[in-house]
Ligand binder design. Structure first.
Ligand code: ZN
Length: 167
């Protein structure tokens, strides 16, 4: 397996729309395994394909914290949602930044697995937040895009300051 390079904000690939997966072959399987390994190596609970520069509708998730429940969501769709909760989030593409946004409390997601077989999950709490976060990536949306206008300005200032300090 291979560790993939995680694209960092403000890489323009993170703003792109991803396309549906139509071919379920060995190459896809390899990509999924590499994405999972990259996610675990970065201590993430989710990773979307655009974050490794691949504009396909794929997300991998493991909210078990022990790395024991790797899940693959291909062509995922939120088919039902309910409630509204605060969600404190970070993103592997925006290292060292965390902030609080609003998300739906529960979501039902329909997707296909690595073999192309359909399945549905109902998710709540961290699993729900994570799925909404990763599915956003497939539409070019970062969690910072969901901040209030004021907080988004603060984020931009934080980012510029960080760039100056590191540059
Ligand atoms: Zn993210």
């Amino acid at each position: 397996m291979t560790l993939l390079e995680i694209k960092k904000y403000p890489d323009p690939v993170l703003k792109e729309q991803s396309v549906e997966v139509v071919t379920f072959d060995d190459e896809l399987g390899k990509l999924l395994d590499n994405m999972l390994e990259t996610m675990y190596a970065s201590n993430g609970v989710g990773l979307a394909a655009p974050q490794v520069g691949i504009l396909k509708r794929i997300a991998v998730v493991d909210v078990s914290r022990e790395g024991t429940n790797p899940l693959v969501f291909i062509n995922p769709e939120i088919i039902a949602k309910a409630g509204k909760v605060k969600s404190e989030e970070g993103c592997l593409s925006i290292p060292d930044y965390r902030d609080t946004i609003y998300r739906s409390a529960t979501v039902t997601v329909r997707a296909v697995d690595r073999k192309g077989k359909k399945f549905e999950v109902e998710a709540e709490e961290l699993f729900s937040m994570c799925l909404q976060h990763e599915i956003d990536h497939l539409d070019g949306i970062l969690f910072t895009d969901r901040l209030s206008r004021l907080k988004r300005e603060l984020f931009k200032r934080w980012f510029l300051k960080q760039q100056q300090e590191n540059g």
